[in-house]
Design a protein around this ligand. Structure first.
Ligand code: PRT
Ligand code: ZN
Length: 289
């Protein structure tokens, strides 16, 4: 469907779908999340959203059917598609791990030698074992990998782990990390794109970048005694120089700054000790530096 719209391939249903649509919303893109349709078109941006199985996303992007894709890095690397990672997106975090029966132990990587390991991630596991100089037999399964040891078809498994609950339920425990993954924004390595689309692509990329930066930052506002200004400015890990505003009360000032969210609780006691009052921390939707 060539209509000049930018195209992004996303997971139709599953662990990445909700967060992906949330991200588009944070980018100011208004789109109906109707998973029954293959393609939905944004209402206020020239963007078609292709809703697919996650396994198909790398190929759609590699072949330039979609200009962008959002997929787990585990799937991207497993498929070995010719795609470039534009950005890590900070959600869908998980690990591809070796897991073993809970009553067994695996202390050294060399103990994998000669073992049978069941996985749906044959390529990633093969690469990992090769780098560690281990010869093991990879049993490729397309699903339900966690029951392979109890069925006796493998000694260990290699599967995606997030909370570890699935392993526990199957009397398994986690061992070595084969691959750390999260959702990534990908594009084709083929740079052949029309000018109009390139502008749309850059615009969407800027919106995603700004939404991700905003997620990590908050807007800090407070009133301070004028005499503490120098010391308080030193305490604030501001993205840019903080804004200082005068107040009707000449002995006080208002200070506003964008700060990394995780630093707030580290500095709040020091701010209070310097006399800061009315400390407010506000969420931000977008940041363009
Ligand atoms: O239908 P489609 O093919 O699109 O989806 P899918 O079923 O293949 O994938 P889906 O929706 O399960 O996962 C999509 C992506 O989310 C994966 O490729 C990973 O990048 C990421 N992700 C994050 C996970 C998990 N967390 C996760 N916990 N993918 C799978 N799991 C599974 C895992 O396979 C195991 O069965 O959840 C179980 C383990 O979870 P815990 O929390 O019990 O440890
Ligand atoms: Zn899948």
């Amino acid at each position: 469907m060539e209509n000049g719209n930018l195209k992004i391939a996303v997971q139709k249903k599953g662990r990445l779908a909700t967060k992906t649509f949330e991200l588009l919303k944070l980018c100011g893109i208004d789109v109906e999340n109707n998973s029954e349709k293959l393609i939905v078109t944004a209402k206020n941006f020239n963007l078609d959203i292709l809703q697919l199985r996650d396994d198909d996303i790398p190929e759609y992007v590699q072949d330039s059917v979609a200009d962008f894709g959002i997929v787990g890095e585990n799937v991207l690397q497993e498929k070995q598609a010719e795609c470039r990672i534009v950005q890590q997106l900070g959600f869908g975090k998980c690990q591809l791990r070796i897991a073993i029966p809970e009553n067994e132990s695996l202390n050294r990587i060399e103990e994998l030698e000669g073992k049978r390991i069941a996985t749906s991630y044959k390529y990633l596991l093969k690469n990992y074992l090769k780098n560690k100089n281990i010869n093991a037999k990879i049993i490729e399964l397309s699903g339900s990998v966690e029951i392979a040891t109890s069925l006796g078809i493998a000694d260990f498994i290699c599967d995606i782990v997030s909370t570890g609950t699935t392993l526990k339920m199957n009397k398994l425990k986690k061992s070595f990390v084969v691959f750390n993954s999260q959702a990534v924004l990908i594009e084709s390595k083929n740079n052949d794109i029309q000018n109009g689309k390139l502008k749309l692509k850059q615009n969407l990329q800027m919106r995603i970048d700004s939404a991700l930066k905003a997620k990590k930052s908050n807007y800090l506002m407070m009133n301070i005694p004028a005499g503490s200004l120098e010391r308080i400015v030193k305490l604030i890990p501001s993205l840019k120089s903080p804004t200082i505003l005068s107040l009707a009360d000449k002995n006080s000032l208002a200070v506003h700054a964008v700060i990394p969210t995780e630093t707030f609780w580290d500095i709040v006691d020091d701010l209070k000790n310097e006399g800061a009052t009315g400390i407010l921390l506000q969420p931000i939707t977008n940041i363009i530096l």
